[in-house]
Ligand binder design. Structure first.
Ligand code: ADP
Length: 465
């Protein structure tokens, strides 16, 4: 990439320098000769006018004075030539090829015509000719402008351009190299870091860079890395915990089954007690497997929420009925306070998991009085339905409150009865409610129990209204 970038930068700058140089080179000559033509026209017309006003040798000092200013400032030679080719007036000695100059002038001008001006170049001289009357004779005013001075300055300018272009190209190469390095280095670093990460080293850090896009890429990759690390840690933990949690009930089931077979088979009281342990442990195994399946299902497929309007009142009653057996078998007391005919819009199947998990937790963690309070209250002014489940257990400390929603978090505190949970329940609740964008949370005072709540949006029973 670096070489490629360098090559592109270099080609680009060389092209620009080349185009600029060629344009300068090409236009310099014509710009100069145009300038020279303009200048000689100005000088020629000026002198012509002056000669017209002073048309004889009597005015020579005045003529000479006026003309000499041009001679000195522009380096021109001025001649007034009569029809025989003799110079009536001259500012310099006649050049050695005078006859040739006169012949060329006659050929170009082709006959005396008043008010005529001709400009032509011969060799390194630019010539201006006009027809004037001098000393009562028809004459030509010839102004010769030496182009070689200009050509020399053009040539030296061109040499400068070549030198400047060469220096610019070298500088461009160096700058392109440095730039290509600066752009490609952070990308190379990112790619090296990604390779290390792919090999399982999550301690790597994607370095930020001065270019905003690359800095953003690094930031996103760092985020992705942290998430992969979390997921990796979670999987390792899950595997360790799940295998431990699965092994415990399985060992119990095996032990109690052996006991029934060898010891208590004939004693109905003992046998029933042992069989009850087997049933409890099997239930626990089922719960464990269900939680794990739900957790992976929820994390994998929450993008597709299947929302519909349903009667939340009946729905909560339906769930509470499932807990009825606990009143009869284990002495739990459920206090249910539910407003009638409340409708909400949500994914019914997923909300079932939420309510079921929250009530199960209240059952598991409530105090020795085994009381669980469930309420569903209408708040019409906020268009909300407030669901709450309260228990009388040990409560949750402020520090713990931050973690209970994390995957696989389980309190180390001893509760009224030992609960064999997975630490997945509240995480499932969180993922589902966040996907719905519902408010939820927990209020708890240590030692006084906890209240978990969810705010449902209230909708009309008729979805069309
Ligand atoms: P599990 O109940 O399977 O351990 P959860 O994700 O449902 O997992 O709960 C995580 C932790 O939050 C529990 O281990 C417990 O410490 C705490 N917790 C949940 N509900 C309650 C509650 N009603 N009272 C006290 N602590 C609770």
């Amino acid at each position: 990439m670096q070489v490629l970038l360098w090559r592109y930068f270099a080609i680009f700058t060389v092209l620009i320098v080349a185009v600029v140089s060629i344009v300068c080179f090409g236009t310099l000559n014509s710009a100069y000769s145009n300038q020279a033509r303009d200048r000689i026209t100005t000088i020629g017309t000026g002198i012509t006018e002056f000669v017209k006003r002073n048309p004889d040798s009597n005015a020579l000092p005045a003529i000479t004075g006026a003309i000499m200013s041009y001679v000195f400032s522009d380096g021109v030679n001025v001649y007034i030539i009569d029809e025989t080719g003799d110079a009536e007036f001259l500012t310099n000695d006649l050049p050695s090829d005078w006859d040739g100059i006169v012949d060329e002038m006659n050929e170009t001008v082709n006959g005396w015509t008043e008010n005529r001006q001709v400009i032509y170049s011969s060799g390194s001289m630019l010539n201006y000719v006009s027809c004037v009357t001098f000393n009562d004779a028809q004459c030509y005013l010839l102004v010769r402008y030496p182009m070689y001075i200009m050509q020399e300055s053009v040539r030296s300018m061109q040499i400068y351009i070549i030198i400047i272009a060469a220096v610019a190209i070298v500088v461009a190469f160096i700058i392109s190299y440095v730039l290509a390095q600066r752009i490609s280095r952070p990308i190379r670093n990112i790619s090296e870091t990604a390779t290390r990460m792919a090999k399982g080293d999550y301690s790597v850090q994607f370095a930020s860079a001065e270019f905003e896009e690359i800095a953003q890429l690094s930031e996103s990759l760092n985020y992705a890395k942290d998430e992969i690390k979390k997921s990796d840690d979670f999987q390792k933990k899950l595997l360790a915990n799940v295998s431990h949690d699965l092994r415990t009930p399985l060992t119990m089931i095996k032990a109690y089954a052996s006991m029934v077979k060898e010891i208590s088979g004939d004693d109905p009281v003992k046998r029933n007690k042992h069989l009850q342990v087997i049933i409890d442990e099997s239930d626990r195994l089922t719960g464990l497997v269900n939680d794990i399946l739900n957790a992976s299902k929820v994390s994998a497929g929450l993008s597709e929420l299947n929302k519909k309007v349903f009667n939340l009142t009946d729905f909560i009653y339906g769930i509470m009925n499932k807990f009825d057996y606990l009143q009869e078998t284990s002495g739990y007391k459920f206090f249910v306070d539910i407003d009638p005919n409340l409708y909400t819009l949500a994914d019914e199947e997923k909300i079932y998991q939420v309510i079921y998990n929250l009530v199960s937790n209240a059952v598991n963690y409530t105090g020795a009085d085994k009381c669980v309070y469930v309420s569903l209250k209408d708040c019409p002014e906020q268009h909300r339905i407030k669901f709450a489940v309260r228990d009388t257990g040990k409560g949750i400390s402020d520090e713990e409150k931050e973690h209970i929603w994390d995957r696989y978090y389980r309190s180390k505190d001893a509760h009224a009865r030992p609960v064999k949970g997975t630490g997945l329940g509240l995480n499932i609740v969180k993922i589902i409610l966040q996907a719905h964008n519902f408010d939820f949370g927990v209020n708890s005072v240590k030692g006084e129990g906890s209240t978990f709540y969810v705010d449902f949006p209230e909708v009309s029973s008729n979805p069309g209204e």
